[in-house]
Ligand binder design. Structure first.
Ligand code: OAD
Length: 255
């Protein structure tokens, strides 16, 4: 497997050609995808959420059981902050890539809903969506700003509402995970963007794709455990690489 080569422009053009020729493409995104929108990542040493907070205090069922108001307030802070932010050019480029390439499956660990806001359809959200709530009985409802109760009651059954996200120690939605695994195993190109690739089961998807013979590409300023398996590595922000990649895919398409 070749390491990232210095000649960036030809490599970007080459990846664009590989994508255009691919029968199916699977894209997997993580927190770095939304970093340029102003959403903090989890593991970046300076600004990462887990550099400032302990996940076991805020993102586990045990934490919610012990202090629902504190967990609710932390998510309210994240949600309120998110309400003032928007998808960036990289999110929009990915949505457009879905329109001009064959069979693109988009998998994300992000809970911010930015891919959908940027125009992507049928996003496999492995870790849920922070813009929704759910209760223990599984009733889902949209998050609303400015509700006094912390947490509010489910409008359907009166149970405590919580953010509709996956916490540490919880299982992912089985159908979503199954679809993601299938998309990884069956794609000809797998593109990993803005994830440290350390949280399972999402971290395994790239390895599954590589084992099945897919070509791997990575967009991330830092190396990850997936880098060694990746034929194409772009050590730059997603908001810079993806619009350029889209332009090259489109240019080749009209040639
Ligand atoms: P991490 O915070 O672990 O990793 C973010 C990655 O994005 C790092 O590898 C950065 O180098 C990279 N990055 C930063 N800025 C970037 C940019 N502008 N463009 C591209 N890449 C950039 O986030 P995740 O891998 O998404 O789970 O973390 C996975 C899961 O861990 C999250 O979904 C969350 C967390 O605990 C739950 O809450 C269940």
């Amino acid at each position: 497997m070749s390491a990232a080569r210095p000649e960036r422009e030809p490599r970007l053009a080459e990846l664009a050609a590989v994508l255009r020729d691919a029968a199916s493409v699977t894209v997997s995104t993580g927190a770095g995808m939304s970093a340029e929108s102003g959403v903090p990542t989890f593991r970046d040493t300076q600004d990462g959420l887990w550099a400032k907070y302990r996940p076991e205090d805020l993102a586990t069922p045990e934490a919610f059981a012990a202090d629902p108001a504190m967990v609710w307030d932390w998510y309210e802070w994240r949600r309120t902050r998110l309400a003032g932010l928007n998808p960036h050019a990289g999110h929009r480029a990915l949505a457009q890539l879905q329109d001009c390439l064959a069979a693109v499956t988009l998998i994300t660990q992000n809970v911010d809903g930015f891919h959908q806001l940027a125009g992507s359809a049928q996003v496999l959200e492995l870790h849920g969506n922070i813009r929704r709530n759910r209760c223990a009985a599984g009733h889902r409802s949209p998050w609303q700003a400015g509700v006094a109760e912390r947490p509010p009651a489910c409008p359907q059954c009166g149970g405590l509402l919580r953010p509709d996200v996956v916490w540490f120690g919880e299982s992912l939605d089985s159908r979503t995970l199954e679809a993601a695994c299938e998309a990884a195993a069956q794609c000809s190109v797998f593109v990993s963007i803005g994830t440290s690739t350390v949280v399972e089961p999402a971290a395994s998807l790239g390895r599954v794709a590589a084992a099945a013979g897919a070509t791997l590409a990575e967009v991330n300023p830092q190396t990850t455990p997936l880098s060694a398996l990746s034929e194409y590595c772009f050590r730059e922000p997603a908001g810079k690489v993806l619009p350029e990649l889209l332009r090259r895919v489109q240019a080749r398409g009209s040639a």
